[in-house]
Design a protein around this ligand. Sequence first.
Ligand code: HEM
Length: 515
Amino acid sequence: MSKLFTFEEVAKHNKPGDLWVVIDAKVYDLSRFQNLHPGGISVLSDEEVAGQDATEAFYSLHRAEVLDKPQYKRLQIGVIQGQESIIKSPVPGDLSLVPYAEPSWLAPGFHSPYYTENHRKFQVAIRKFVDEFIYPEAQIKEEDGTRISQELVDRMADLNINALRLGPGKHLKGLKLMGGIVEPEAFDYFHELIFTQEMARCGARGFGDGLLSGLVIGLPPVLNFGSEELKARVVPEVFQGKKFISLAISEAHAGSDVMGLQTTAVKSEDGKEWIINGTKKWITNGTFSDYFTVGCKTEDGFTVILVERGEGVETKAIKTSYSATAGTAFVTFDNARAPIGNTLGEEGGGIFVMLSNFNHERWVMCCSSARSQRAVVEECLKWSAQRKAFGKPLNSLAIIRAKLAAMISRAECTQNWLENITYQMCNMSYKQQAGKLAGQIAFLKAYSTSGAQETAKDAVQIFGGRGITRTGMGRFIEHYHRTAGFDALLGGAEDVLRDLGVRQALRVMPRDTRL
Ligand code: HEM
């Protein structure tokens, strides 16, 4: 039971050394904290703050989560008699009621043709898991740059999250997904979309990749093109979080230009092994991976080979603009060896292996880009409602509302287009997807990421100085603005993708049509 106080009692404690404040009907004793306060002592001893109701002042300068931290929570000594707290701390698993903060299928009173009851149950479980286990770790790792904890990897493995992130398919057979909430046969691309989008709410782009995104892009070639023996050895240990894997395609010499790669693989004299030489750059999770799915130039063209960390394989961290927790690496292959049985797909058929993988990778990125934009919308709607400028909330300015309109529209367009494409994926074979959706997905990714960068720019303008400050109220906006470019480059640069989309369309232009 909290101790009860009146405003009159609180008002008596109004000077340094004996300093109380009221925030949202809760009484805090800041006497001993005043000298530790990051905002300084003078703001606290101001006559409109010390001994007073400082709710508005507090929320215009701090994120609500400050008061949920244990070291600050314990400053609370009681509550104001007869007054209710209004501001709710988020409960793990809760939906946000801020307009547009959730995709419309999760907004009260909205409908969707795409999501079933099972998708909804799955969303509830994933959100709870993300809020309880992924979000807190994401905030720490994004800052300190260390890799994902084995504890979290194991938790994900226990629920078979590592497996379901590769989408529907035979690899799920016999697995208990999220404790049995969804049957492996019923798992579809909307379930996968839900996982990716819930994860993107963490607002920690480096950790988003550090959360084993190497597996999401590096393992499918093994799964779809590896020999039965290779799959039996590699796939379970990666799913169980015992081993880690990366996709190693891009090089300092070539990124989007896959055919320009220079890493070579030649056969050993006895024909039993590949000998690999070359370097790979920007390899996500590379610093801690045990396996690398490597694109190589071979005698017959381009071949994808699974290379295990060992003699001749070295990785070095690359400093990028997001967190080192992603494990981005420069990888060197110096006479590294891999058994011929590690060839993924046909020798010389590597381009097909890569292309079939790209669609899924880009679609995953669309899922997370769409959801991150929405998270920015929520931040901006909240900030512009509580921040006062010239005596009025920011959102009373038409120019701010115009920016909000543009960012909401982009987030909605992206999500709706994404859901349409996802529906097509659910109803097409992998091969049909490769034929029909490569263009659609390429366009959507370019649309989403260019919009994301506009949104990042607008959000910084709305947040002002806080939008370029790594702690405090604008911390997610600063992070988003600094990292939105990753989605725009990884998995194919925007211009390359737009061009790919048009070329795909031109390929299927009917020959018998005229203006
Ligand atoms: C329970 C009470 C309070 C706690 C626990 C608290 C805690 C904090 C923390 C953790 C920060 C750093 C924010 C960051 O950059 O991450 C901060 C900054 C600040 N606080 Fe407080 N604070 C409290 C009350 C107040 C009050 C009543 C005021 C008065 C208006 C105030 C004014 C400020 C200011 C001006 C800053 C600097 C903000 C900025 O750099 O943007 N604080 N406070």
